[in-house]
Ligand binder design. Structure first.
Ligand code: GYE
Length: 308
């Protein structure tokens, strides 16, 4: 007798929330985990997710955002490839009354009302944590000068700018620590390897430390160091950021010295905040991810707990 009841209820059920999400690309293990987290969380929350991959290009993100506006999605979310150049398209979203949520990376806009909130890590602090580990290492090797080469992330991206700034802030004035070369490795393994090869050609045995803005570039560089006949993690001390499984594996093999955690698991928070915004609930302007630092000594013990 009750046949059709549930169909009736479904007909009256609220329409699913529609979120348009523009992702940076698929440049790293971190990014892959971030994409999985967002897609899984959308499914769990019953959100209709329109996902667009920008392949590391800002122009693709601008196009995706304009298409989300044209489709009148409920919320636009994105992780901006670079920090600047967003004012125009974000004003268009505001004019269309579509709230914008940033995940992972921040933008540089004068009018902060263009974004509802920003969910992600404190990249300056990550740079400081990497440097603090190195300052401790230097203390254990008194009198030894440590020449550092730096592999930067994507030029103009928030994590590349901030991780450099935080690192430099902490090593500044330390006579043992000096950056002798710095270049972008675009957050990829392939480019990290290529640039490390060039560093090794130029400075070879004078390099004591590699600071990589992400694990993938460190892993690429490890290959370059081995191919040059040197021992990564020993002849060259390696400090990197993210804390992906690949980094833990490298630490367990003694090839990486420490990774500073940066969590990509932002999906559940994004879905919650998007629902709150649409329901008219107040949300904080900045939601900071909590994370730790993992030196090689704890890698084997921590590995089974890693979720990305
Ligand atoms: O560290 C890197 C990725 O924006 C925090 O982007 C993210 C960075 C991450 O490609 O691996």
């Amino acid at each position: 007798a009750l046949a059709g009841t549930s169909a009736t209820f479904n007909a009256f059920a609220a329409k699913p929330l529609v979120i348009g999400f523009s992702q940076v690309g698929a440049e790293s293990e971190w990014r892959t985990a971030n994409t999985v987290s967002i897609k899984d969380a959308a499914k769990k929350a019953g959100v209709n997710l329109k996902f667009a991959d920008a392949q590391q290009r800002q122009e693709n993100q601008v196009k995706a955002i304009r298409s989300f506006i044209a489709q009148r999605v409920d919320v636009i979310a994105f992780s901006p490839v670079v920090e600047s150049g967003w004012d125009t398209v974000l004003r268009e979203a505001k004019a269309a009354k579509i709230p914008v949520i940033l995940t992972d990376r921040d933008v540089n806009v004068t009018d902060r009302s263009l974004v509802v909130t920003m969910i992600g890590s404190d990249f300056v602090e990550e740079g400081r944590r990497a440097a603090r580990w190195l300052v401790d290492y230097a203390k254990k090797n008194p009198g030894k000068n440590l020449n550092i080469v730096e592999l930067q992330g994507t030029v103009g991206s928030a994590p590349a700018i901030d991780r450099k700034a935080g690192f430099e802030e902490v090593i500044k004035g330390n006579p043992q620590l000096k950056i002798i070369r710095t270049q972008t490795g675009e957050f990829t393994r392939a480019k990290g390897k290529e640039v490390m090869e060039a560093f090794l050609k130029a400075d070879g045995k004078n390099i004591n430390v590699l600071y990589a803005h992400n694990d993938d570039m460190a892993i690429g560089a490890i290959q370059a160091i081995e191919e040059a006949g040197m021992k990564p993690g020993k002849d060259i001390v390696i400090v990197s950021i993210d804390g992906v499984k690949g980094a833990f594996e490298a630490m367990m093999q003694g090839k990486l010295n420490v990774t500073v955690e940066c969590s990509p698991l932002l999906g559940p928070q994004l879905m919650q905040v998007a629902q709150d915004v649409v329901a008219g609930k107040p949300v904080p302007k900045r939601i900071v991810t909590q994370e730790g630092v993992f030196p090689a000594e704890v890698a084997a013990k921590e590995f089974p707990n890693r979720k990305y």
